[in-house]
Design a protein around this ligand. Structure first.
Ligand code: ADP
Ligand code: MG
Ligand code: MG
Length: 888
């Protein structure tokens, strides 16, 4: 097996073998761009090293041969005393990964060759600067010495000289620093800094291999579901020097603006600097455009190269480059990250430039980006005072009064105040406060902290880990850069950027939502560029997708919005929402009924109200299917809280004026009380034990449909029975329903063509789907309950209690309630689809859980062959887009 590839031997498609950096260095080399020569050690070599603890036997010689070839090409040997070849050793896995080893520059320098380098360059200062950088980087990343010790020593040297920046240290001072650094290495690492150049190189290569298994890298991989056995490649690249004086420097650039997608000159440049200086913020960089004045020739060449790269990669690229005494060198490129808005704009720009086609454009954007573009945002033109910045954990723009504990959050929000809950970090006790708050701000924790996970689950704006903020919950205030924010002061937080502001920043609706709502037209001359781009990409997605997209909506208003957003029907109308408010009392009557007559009266009261709801809904969705789910939740949800009612009755009894109705209610509450209501009397079980309940609902649906037909409408109702576990349950309910429908058809003279189907939301239903399909014309997978019952997770409890720990330990990268668990829950869905269709080939199949609007899950549902997904109205554009991406 070949373990080492010269840059001239690889290409951009070999990322598995050469890592991202190595593959792209090879690609640039082959494009004829100025890349310093070098070679890449493959991920295969890394795997052998990690498995056996030793490098593959052939590697040493192979590296030796490539090094010899490199030395020949460069006309000097690694570390050669009078004129040393120097190299950098750079890690580079397939996916760029935090926790991997930092690059070591200037390998090959030693006490001897530093003199040679000085002579060759005619610059002592440069040589000693390079040497001290090598010892510093090598000491820290290869030998594991605390980096601060070097930084402190550098700081002291600057203070002694009373200078502010490292470029003001002269050769003599840098030489002293080298001595100091070597002492640090000796005392901290217990060994001398290696003087043998090949030993330096080999140690650095092994350190890159080893960095694959640092705790941080492992955690990152578990969370991102990157396989743990990919290994990293190592790039050995001959050095070019940006620290050779004012006609040298180093920079980063983008081929277009990663924030807006606009073409132009974007980047930063730093004169007389090496490596990470430009991003480390140790000196002030200049905008890339200024390079034109500093070095016109290099600037023009860079512009030319950027164009070449864009045309070649057909995408925005980011670039790292160095200029050595007027000669430009390319050190890295890759397809660059971008904001959500830029992703849409760049995709359509590239179509217009003829670089990509529409199908490719669709792959260049995703639903998560679209969702981000739909959140309201802070007015960009507003004058703002930024307090700090944390991690953008859950998008949105939230404004409210600062509160520092959950109790106050709840109290204030009850009295109508908007609040932002500010904590150092949150824990399950903060849950009610988080619900009450507009947004959540913490000073600790990352994207998988409790605050972040729970806020995302609730769709609430959250900024976490804003480490500059000092949160003092005892004194109810936070301090940041001398500012003090007291309880009650207004703050604004932006969950899409992580920025935190003092005061109220005005919020504007997203233009993308204005567009979906029909209030902004993509065709208008003054239409926002972003809206135009979104419009074009959505049109394409709609053209190619196979999955239909329906909405979960319970009333006409939501249904109409869903239609505007592109819904092709309602996949889930929950009827329990129709029993709340003033109708709750009628439900009480139903529950408390002692005789058949009382019960029938209660149902009679409810019937016309239900019917009216359905008439409105069918009218709003005229011509489109509407799946109505019969009553699902446990009945006690419609009754007063057991504790509250007990107290009320006890108090009344002590006053001897207990009210008859309350006593009966309390009895009923006790009778209906369940330890595990989610596994208790609900769904089809209600229909089976409460005579007349489901038939009343079916009658309301049938009569509403008949009324719409008589009004020349086109109602397309589908009646859905929840929580079925066995076909017998369904058969009983179905028979009763068919009788009622026949009744209504006879009475109205209208042929209704209602279809009857079921939710598949219990493991047993999925496992016996073949039998259930005999009595069902459609299945709708209720993946929320299915996830609960398959995992044995109580959805209402686990997210706030132990999911943070699960995410941190990498047990899963994302909550199975957010993205469908393909291996477990997904397997049941897949098998049930096959079994259902085997029984009934024209069985209609959909999904109505939260997963219906989750990008990754939508792809899964496309793949297993569902007919539609159903999601909340706001997620519809996301589902349409992802369905298109899945199909193209
Ligand atoms: P990262 O993965 O963090 O981007 P790199 O391997 O790209 O690490 O190295 C960081 C920086 O070090 C580069 O952007 C470049 O400025 C500098 N660098 C790396 N190799 C060389 C080299 N051979 N010559 C000059 N500078 C280099
Ligand atoms: Mg880096
Ligand atoms: Mg880099």
């Amino acid at each position: 097996m070949k373990f080492v590839y010269d840059f001239t031997e690889g290409n951009k498609d070999l990322k598995d073998l050469l890592g991202g950096k190595g593959a792209n260095l090879a690609e640039m080399t082959n494009l004829g761009l100025p890349v310093p020569p070098g070679f890449t050690i493959t991920t295969e070599a890394c795997k052998v090293y990690l498995d056996s603890g030793e490098e593959p036997a052939a590697l040493r010689d192979e590296v030796g041969a490539h090094l010899a070839a490199l030395e020949k090409k460069m006309g000097k040997k690694l570390g050669q005393a009078d004129d040393p070849l120097l190299v950098s050793v750079r890690s580079g896995a397939k996916f760029s990964m935090p926790g991997m080893m930092d690059t070591v520059l200037n390998i090959g320098l030693s006490d001897k060759s530093v003199q040679g380098l000085a002579k060759q360059a005619g610059d002592d200062r440069f040589a000693w600067d390079s040497y001290r950088r090598l010892i510093q980087m090598f000491g820290k990343t290869v030998l594991g010495v605390d980096g601060e010790l070097f930084e402190d020593a550098l700081e002291k040297a600057k203070q002694a000289k009373k200078v502010a920046v490292d470029t003001d240290l002269d050769a003599a001072e840098l030489k002293k620093l080298v001595t100091r650094f070597k002492k640090i290495v000796k005392s901290e690492a217990g060994r001398d800094f290696p003087q043998d150049p090949r030993e330096q190189m080999d140690l650095a290569i092994h350190a890159v291999f080893d960095s694959w298994n640092t705790e941080r890298a492992k955690l990152y991989r578990r969370q991102e579901r990157i396989p743990g056995d990919l290994g990293t490649a190592v790039n050995v690249c001959s050095m070019v020097f940006g620290n050779l004086g004012p006609d040298s420097g180093t920079g980063v650039a983008f081929t277009r603006d990663p924030a807006s997608g606009q073409q132009g000159v974007y980047g930063d440049y730093l004169q007389n600097a090496q490596g990470e200086d430009v991003v480390a913020g140790i000196r002030n960089t200049v905008p890339l455009a200024d390079l034109e004045q500093l070095d016109k020739k290099s600037y023009d060449q860079l512009m030319q190269i950027m164009e070449t790269l864009e045309t070649h990669y057909k995408d925005l690229c980011d670039i790292e480059f160095t200029i050595e005494r007027g000669q430009l060198w390319m050190l890295q490129t890759r397809v660059g990250k971008r904001t959500a808005g830029a992703a849409f704009r760049i995709a359509t720009q590239l179509v217009d430039q003829g670089l990509i086609d529409e199908a490719e454009a669709l792959q260049r954007v995703n639903g998560a980006q679209l969702a981000q573009l739909m959140f309201p945002r802070f007015d960009e033109d507003a004058k703002v005072e930024q307090l700090g910045r944390g991690i953008a954990a859950s998008p949105g723009a939230a404004v409210g009064k600062a509160v520092f504990d959950s109790y106050t959050a709840i109290k204030w929000s009850r009295s109508g105040e908007k609040v932002i809950l500010i904590r150092r970090e949150t824990n399950p006790d903060d849950l009610d406060g988080m619900i009450a708050a507009e947004g959540i701000l913490t000073s600790r924790g990352g994207k998988t902290s409790h605050a972040a996970v729970v806020a995302r689950g609730m769709g609430k704006t959250c900024v976490c880990g804003a480490e500059d903020l000092e949160v003092d919950t005892k004194r109810r205030r936070l301090t940041v850069n001398g500012h003090v924010v007291e309880e009650g002061d207004v703050v604004s937080i932006d969950g899409s950027t992580g920025k935190v502001y003092l005061g109220e920043v005005p919020v504007v609706p997203s233009p993308v939502v204005e567009y979906f709502e029909g209030r902004m037209h993509a065709g208008a001359d003054d239409a926002d560029e972003l809206v135009k781009a979104v419009h074009r990409i959505m049109a394409y997605a709609d053209r190619v997708r196979r999955l239909r997209v329906r909405a979960n909506a319970d009333n006409a208003e939501d249904a109409l919005r869903a239609r505007r957003f592109g819904a092709q029907g309602i996949g889930l109308c929950r009827t329990e929402h129709m029993f709340l408010g003033e109708r709750r009392e009628m439900v009480e009557h139903l529950i408390l009924a002692d005789t058949d007559e009382e019960r029938e009266n209660a149902l009679k009261e409810l019937l016309p109200l239900q019917k009216r709801d359905f008439v409105e809904l069918f009218e709003a969705m005229d011509g489109l299917p509407v799946t109505v789910r019969l009553l699902d939740p446990p009945l006690h949800e419609f009754l007063p809280d057991i504790t509250e009612l007990s107290v009320r009755v006890a108090l009344a009894e002590s006053r001897k004026d207990a009210n008859e109705n309350d006593l009966r209610l309390l009895q009923a509450v006790h009778r209906l009380h369940e330890q595990n209501p989610m596994l208790g009397l609900r769904g089809v079980r209600l229909g089976l034990v409460i005579p007349g309940l489901f038939t009343m609902q079916v009658r309301a649906i049938a009569e509403a449909a008949a009324e719409r037909k008589n009004a020349k409408g086109d109602p397309r109702a589908e009646i859905m029975i929840p929580l079925v576990g066995t076909v017998q349950e369904l058969e009983i309910v179905r028979e009763e329903a068919e009788q009622v429908i026949a009744d209504v058809e006879r009475a109205t003279g209208v042929n209704l063509k209602l279809s009857l189907g079921t939710m598949i939301e219990l493991p047993r239903a999925a496992l016996t789907a073949g039998q259930i399909a005999e009595a069902a014309e459609f299945f709708s997978f209720g993946t929320n309950d299915l996830t609960q019952t398959v995992w044995g997770f109580s959805r209402d409890d686990v997210e706030a209690s132990f999911f943070t720990a699960y995410l941190e330990k990498g047990i899963f990268g994302v909550s199975p309630f957010e993205t469908i668990d393909k291996d477990g829950v997904g397997k049941l869905v897949r098998d049930a689809v096959a079994a259902g269709r085997a029984t009934r080939p024209d069985l209609k199949l959909g999904v109505c859980g939260e997963h219906g609007g989750d990008p990754e899950s939508v792809h899964f549902f496309h793949e297993v062959g569902l007919d539609y997904v159903s999601c909340s109205p706001f997620r519809i554009p996301v589902a349409r887009l992802e369905a298109g991406r899945a199909a193209s």
